[in-house]
Design a protein around this ligand. Structure first.
Ligand code: NAP
Length: 209
Protein backbone atom coordinates (compact mmCIF):
# COMPACT_ATOMS: atom_id res chain seq x y z
CA UNK A 1 0.00 0.00 0.00
CA UNK A 2 1.03 3.65 -0.30
CA UNK A 3 1.60 5.32 3.05
CA UNK A 4 2.13 9.02 3.78
CA UNK A 5 3.76 10.07 7.04
CA UNK A 6 2.88 13.61 8.14
CA UNK A 7 5.83 14.94 10.13
CA UNK A 8 7.85 12.06 8.73
CA UNK A 9 11.09 13.94 9.38
CA UNK A 10 10.71 13.47 13.16
CA UNK A 11 11.93 10.66 15.41
CA UNK A 12 8.80 8.55 15.12
CA UNK A 13 8.11 9.26 11.44
CA UNK A 14 11.67 8.40 10.41
CA UNK A 15 11.64 5.19 12.47
CA UNK A 16 8.34 4.21 10.82
CA UNK A 17 9.63 5.06 7.34
CA UNK A 18 12.83 3.04 7.92
CA UNK A 19 10.88 0.03 9.24
CA UNK A 20 8.51 0.07 6.26
CA UNK A 21 11.43 0.55 3.85
CA UNK A 22 13.25 -2.40 5.44
CA UNK A 23 10.17 -4.57 4.81
CA UNK A 24 10.06 -3.35 1.21
CA UNK A 25 6.34 -4.03 0.67
CA UNK A 26 4.92 -0.52 0.74
CA UNK A 27 5.53 2.81 -0.93
CA UNK A 28 6.28 5.50 1.65
CA UNK A 29 5.98 9.27 1.27
CA UNK A 30 7.60 11.34 4.00
CA UNK A 31 5.73 14.59 4.61
CA UNK A 32 7.08 17.79 6.11
CA UNK A 33 6.24 21.48 6.27
CA UNK A 34 9.35 21.78 4.08
CA UNK A 35 9.30 19.58 0.97
CA UNK A 36 13.10 19.79 0.58
CA UNK A 37 13.60 18.50 4.15
CA UNK A 38 11.25 15.61 3.41
CA UNK A 39 13.07 14.75 0.17
CA UNK A 40 16.44 14.83 1.93
CA UNK A 41 15.14 12.49 4.66
CA UNK A 42 13.67 10.16 2.02
CA UNK A 43 16.91 9.98 0.04
CA UNK A 44 18.80 8.92 3.16
CA UNK A 45 16.43 5.99 3.64
CA UNK A 46 16.22 4.50 0.18
CA UNK A 47 14.49 4.05 -3.12
CA UNK A 48 11.01 3.00 -1.93
CA UNK A 49 10.71 6.30 -0.02
CA UNK A 50 9.96 9.76 -1.42
CA UNK A 51 9.46 13.13 0.22
CA UNK A 52 6.96 15.97 -0.26
CA UNK A 53 5.15 18.74 1.57
CA UNK A 54 2.59 17.37 4.04
CA UNK A 55 -0.20 18.45 1.72
CA UNK A 56 1.26 16.78 -1.38
CA UNK A 57 2.31 13.70 0.60
CA UNK A 58 -1.28 12.70 1.41
CA UNK A 59 -2.60 12.94 -2.16
CA UNK A 60 -3.42 9.52 -3.63
CA UNK A 61 -2.18 7.40 -0.72
CA UNK A 62 -4.06 4.46 0.85
CA UNK A 63 -3.45 5.66 4.40
CA UNK A 64 -1.77 8.64 6.07
CA UNK A 65 -0.07 8.59 9.46
CA UNK A 66 -0.25 11.68 11.64
CA UNK A 67 3.20 11.79 13.26
CA UNK A 68 3.76 15.49 13.85
CA UNK A 69 4.55 16.96 17.26
CA UNK A 70 1.35 16.66 19.28
CA UNK A 71 0.79 20.38 19.72
CA UNK A 72 0.95 20.80 15.93
CA UNK A 73 -1.45 17.92 15.19
CA UNK A 74 -4.73 19.81 14.85
CA UNK A 75 -3.26 22.68 12.78
CA UNK A 76 -1.52 20.19 10.50
CA UNK A 77 -4.73 18.23 9.99
CA UNK A 78 -6.64 21.44 9.18
CA UNK A 79 -3.97 22.27 6.60
CA UNK A 80 -4.10 18.88 4.82
CA UNK A 81 -7.81 18.05 5.26
CA UNK A 82 -8.81 19.00 1.73
CA UNK A 83 -5.93 17.11 0.09
CA UNK A 84 -6.57 14.12 2.37
CA UNK A 85 -10.25 13.88 1.38
CA UNK A 86 -11.73 10.55 2.47
CA UNK A 87 -8.37 8.77 2.95
CA UNK A 88 -8.00 6.99 6.31
CA UNK A 89 -5.73 8.72 8.81
CA UNK A 90 -3.87 6.90 11.61
CA UNK A 91 -3.11 9.21 14.53
CA UNK A 92 -0.09 8.24 16.64
CA UNK A 93 0.07 11.65 18.30
CA UNK A 94 -0.18 12.01 22.06
CA UNK A 95 -0.27 15.24 24.05
CA UNK A 96 1.60 14.68 27.29
CA UNK A 97 2.92 17.27 29.70
CA UNK A 98 5.96 17.11 31.97
CA UNK A 99 5.92 18.48 35.50
CA UNK A 100 9.21 18.87 37.33
CA UNK A 101 9.47 16.47 40.26
CA UNK A 102 6.23 14.72 39.27
CA UNK A 103 6.80 13.14 35.85
CA UNK A 104 4.81 12.77 32.66
CA UNK A 105 1.12 13.66 32.85
CA UNK A 106 -1.61 12.63 30.40
CA UNK A 107 -3.55 15.28 28.50
CA UNK A 108 -6.42 16.48 30.76
CA UNK A 109 -8.72 17.11 27.74
CA UNK A 110 -11.97 15.14 27.82
CA UNK A 111 -11.55 13.98 24.22
CA UNK A 112 -8.47 12.30 22.81
CA UNK A 113 -6.44 14.06 20.16
CA UNK A 114 -7.61 11.41 17.68
CA UNK A 115 -11.28 12.23 18.34
CA UNK A 116 -10.53 15.92 17.84
CA UNK A 117 -8.76 15.04 14.57
CA UNK A 118 -11.84 13.05 13.49
CA UNK A 119 -13.96 16.20 13.94
CA UNK A 120 -11.79 17.94 11.30
CA UNK A 121 -11.34 15.37 8.52
CA UNK A 122 -13.86 13.81 6.18
CA UNK A 123 -12.30 10.32 6.15
CA UNK A 124 -12.09 7.79 8.98
CA UNK A 125 -9.53 8.24 11.75
CA UNK A 126 -7.84 5.36 13.56
CA UNK A 127 -5.44 5.71 16.46
CA UNK A 128 -2.62 3.58 17.79
CA UNK A 129 1.11 2.86 18.09
CA UNK A 130 1.27 5.30 21.02
CA UNK A 131 3.01 2.71 23.21
CA UNK A 132 5.75 1.95 20.65
CA UNK A 133 8.82 4.11 21.09
CA UNK A 134 10.58 5.34 17.96
CA UNK A 135 13.84 3.87 19.28
CA UNK A 136 12.20 0.43 19.65
CA UNK A 137 10.71 0.58 16.14
CA UNK A 138 13.89 1.71 14.44
CA UNK A 139 16.14 -1.28 14.99
CA UNK A 140 13.91 -4.34 14.40
CA UNK A 141 10.23 -5.27 14.78
CA UNK A 142 9.73 -4.71 18.54
CA UNK A 143 8.49 -7.55 20.79
CA UNK A 144 5.36 -5.53 21.51
CA UNK A 145 1.68 -5.53 20.62
CA UNK A 146 0.26 -2.65 18.59
CA UNK A 147 -3.12 -1.50 19.91
CA UNK A 148 -5.39 0.13 17.34
CA UNK A 149 -8.80 1.73 17.77
CA UNK A 150 -11.27 3.35 15.40
CA UNK A 151 -14.94 3.55 14.49
CA UNK A 152 -14.74 2.61 10.81
CA UNK A 153 -14.28 -1.16 10.33
CA UNK A 154 -12.53 -0.92 6.93
CA UNK A 155 -10.10 1.76 8.05
CA UNK A 156 -9.35 -0.21 11.20
CA UNK A 157 -8.70 -3.38 9.17
CA UNK A 158 -6.33 -1.48 6.86
CA UNK A 159 -4.52 0.00 9.88
CA UNK A 160 -4.23 -3.42 11.55
CA UNK A 161 -2.76 -4.79 8.32
CA UNK A 162 -0.17 -2.03 8.21
CA UNK A 163 0.88 -2.08 11.87
CA UNK A 164 0.89 -5.88 11.99
CA UNK A 165 4.04 -5.73 9.85
CA UNK A 166 5.80 -3.37 12.22
CA UNK A 167 5.84 -5.40 15.41
CA UNK A 168 6.93 -8.89 16.40
CA UNK A 169 3.85 -8.99 18.64
CA UNK A 170 0.26 -8.70 17.45
CA UNK A 171 -1.79 -5.91 15.92
CA UNK A 172 -4.89 -5.82 18.16
CA UNK A 173 -8.29 -4.20 17.75
CA UNK A 174 -8.78 -2.12 20.90
CA UNK A 175 -12.31 -0.96 20.10
CA UNK A 176 -13.84 2.36 19.07
CA UNK A 177 -11.98 5.62 18.51
CA UNK A 178 -12.92 6.69 22.06
CA UNK A 179 -10.38 4.08 23.27
CA UNK A 180 -7.75 6.56 22.07
CA UNK A 181 -8.32 8.42 25.37
CA UNK A 182 -6.78 5.44 27.17
CA UNK A 183 -4.17 4.65 24.50
CA UNK A 184 -2.92 8.24 24.40
CA UNK A 185 -2.89 8.33 28.21
CA UNK A 186 -0.81 5.15 28.25
CA UNK A 187 2.08 7.12 26.74
CA UNK A 188 2.52 9.07 29.97
CA UNK A 189 2.53 5.78 31.91
CA UNK A 190 5.23 4.34 29.65
CA UNK A 191 7.36 7.48 29.85
CA UNK A 192 7.18 7.31 33.66
CA UNK A 193 8.10 3.60 33.64
CA UNK A 194 11.06 4.30 31.36
CA UNK A 195 12.30 7.07 33.64
CA UNK A 196 11.79 5.10 36.86
CA UNK A 197 13.34 1.83 35.60
CA UNK A 198 15.74 3.28 32.99
CA UNK A 199 14.13 1.06 30.38
CA UNK A 200 12.45 1.02 26.97
CA UNK A 201 9.07 -0.33 28.08
CA UNK A 202 6.41 -1.57 25.69
CA UNK A 203 3.05 -3.33 25.92
CA UNK A 204 2.08 -7.01 25.58
CA UNK A 205 -1.52 -8.04 26.28
CA UNK A 206 -2.01 -11.41 27.97
CA UNK A 207 -4.98 -13.76 28.01
CA UNK A 208 -6.09 -13.42 24.40
CA UNK A 209 -5.05 -16.88 23.19
N1 NAP B 1 8.91 9.55 19.60
C1 NAP B 1 8.26 8.45 19.98
O1 NAP B 1 8.87 7.50 20.49
C2 NAP B 1 6.77 8.35 19.77
C3 NAP B 1 6.13 7.14 20.02
C4 NAP B 1 4.76 7.03 19.79
C5 NAP B 1 4.05 8.14 19.35
N2 NAP B 1 4.71 9.32 19.16
C6 NAP B 1 3.94 10.48 18.68
O2 NAP B 1 4.40 10.74 17.38
C7 NAP B 1 4.42 12.15 17.13
C8 NAP B 1 5.80 12.54 16.66
O3 NAP B 1 6.73 12.30 17.69
P1 NAP B 1 8.27 12.65 17.45
O4 NAP B 1 8.99 12.25 18.66
O5 NAP B 1 8.68 12.12 16.11
O6 NAP B 1 8.17 14.25 17.38
P2 NAP B 1 9.19 15.31 16.81
O7 NAP B 1 10.41 14.64 16.27
O8 NAP B 1 9.35 16.38 17.86
O9 NAP B 1 8.36 16.02 15.63
C9 NAP B 1 7.87 15.34 14.51
C10 NAP B 1 7.70 16.29 13.37
O10 NAP B 1 6.66 17.24 13.65
C11 NAP B 1 6.84 18.34 12.76
N3 NAP B 1 6.53 19.60 13.46
C12 NAP B 1 7.18 20.13 14.53
N4 NAP B 1 6.61 21.31 14.88
C13 NAP B 1 5.60 21.52 14.01
C14 NAP B 1 4.66 22.55 13.83
N5 NAP B 1 4.62 23.62 14.63
N6 NAP B 1 3.75 22.42 12.82
C15 NAP B 1 3.76 21.35 12.00
N7 NAP B 1 4.66 20.33 12.12
C16 NAP B 1 5.55 20.42 13.10
C17 NAP B 1 8.30 18.34 12.31
O11 NAP B 1 8.33 18.10 10.92
P3 NAP B 1 8.76 19.24 9.87
O12 NAP B 1 9.57 20.27 10.63
O13 NAP B 1 9.60 18.49 8.90
O14 NAP B 1 7.50 19.77 9.32
C18 NAP B 1 8.90 17.19 13.08
O15 NAP B 1 9.89 16.48 12.36
C19 NAP B 1 4.05 12.85 18.43
O16 NAP B 1 2.74 13.32 18.33
C20 NAP B 1 4.18 11.78 19.47
O17 NAP B 1 3.21 11.90 20.48
C21 NAP B 1 6.04 9.46 19.34
Amino acid sequence: MKVAILGGTGSFGLALARRLAALGEDEVVIGSRDAARAQEAAQEIGTSVTGASNEDAVRGVDIAVLAVKADAALDTVHAVAEALGSTPLLSVATAIAFQKGVGALPDPSALSLAERVQAIVQGPVTAGLHSIAASNLDEAPPEEDALICGDDPEAKELTLQLVGKLVAGRALDAGPLASARALEGLTAVIVNLNRRYKAHAGVRITGLE
